[in-house]
Design a protein around this ligand. Structure first.
Ligand code: F6R
Length: 240
């Protein structure tokens, strides 16, 4: 596992962008696994800028998002479809037909995993991490062998995500997520985390025992992982 500790959020985003951009230059047909949330926003903004400058292209790229809330239409401003269109897709040359979300495979979410396989598997999976150690919406207790499926969101996740909604009551309590096994099938993983709120989850994930109590700890078992943190997120790590 390669770990980068950057001074701040901008620097960690730049590090992620540099790695993703070189990856796309080497493999313009790459299949990307993508998260939503606050952490990747700057990464997407910088990738979109690189694309508009002609430094990279998403024309032949395919994307699989990690998750989506149940019960929200793609046009809903709180949906992850909307987030991705706003923050990345509409600002690049990607063909929207090549962008996939697990919820669109309802009711048979196994077909999402099948589709990923059909397109050659995920080459590069970008991950954020929840305060409770979730990846995608695989909450604590999710089996390491889990596939894409509908789940109930944990209380800390609902509380954290309430910041994007008018009231906590508006936060959907269910979502569809790629499974942990699906995520681990990616050829390369980049996990990014920023801020003090994430430092316990990062410590547990990287230096704790690999356990379903901390879903992100599974990445210790992946052979090709890059973790990019800012100083605040890295604060509890012993091995720096
Ligand atoms: C969302 C996802 C989640 C987020 C996590 C952190 O698609 O995969 O696991 O990465 O909830 O979210 P932020 O970045 O908002 O702190």
């Amino acid at each position: 596992m390669e770990i980068y500790i950057e001074d701040n959020y901008d620097a960690l985003s730049k590090r992620a962008v540099d790695i993703i951009a070189s990856f796309l230059k080497e493999k313009p047909t790459a299949v990307l696994g993508l998260p939503t949330g606050s952490t990747p926003q700057k990464t997407y903004e910088m990738l979109a800028k690189k694309c508009s400058r002609g430094e990279i292209s998403f024309k032949k790229v395919k994307t699989f998002n990690l998750d989506e809330y149940s019960g929200l239409s793609p046009a809903d401003r709180q949906s992850y479809h909307f987030f991705m269109n706003k923050n990345l897709f509409s600002k690049t040359d990607i063909d929207i037909k090549n962008t996939f979300f697990p919820i669109d495979f309802k009711p048979d979410f196994k077909k999402y995993d099948k589709k990923i396989k059909e397109l050659g598997g995920i080459d590069l999976q970008l991950l954020g991490i929840g305060r409770d150690g979730h990846i995608g919406f695989n909450e604590p207790g999710s089996k390491f062998s889990s596939k894409s499926r509908e789940i109930s969101l944990a209380k800390p996740t609902i509380e954290d995500n309430a910041r994007f909604f008018k009231s906590i009551k508006d936060v959907p309590i269910k979502a569809v997520t790629m499974g942990i096994d699906t995520i681990m099938g990616a050829k390369k993983i980049i996990l990014i985390a920023s801020g003090e709120k994430k430092n316990q989850a990062i410590f547990n994930a990287l230096e704790g025992k690999a356990s379903t109590k901390v879903p992100a700890s599974i990445i210790q078992r992946h052979k090709n992982v890059i973790v990019i943190l800012d100083k605040e997120a890295a604060r509890k790590l012993n091995k720096k």
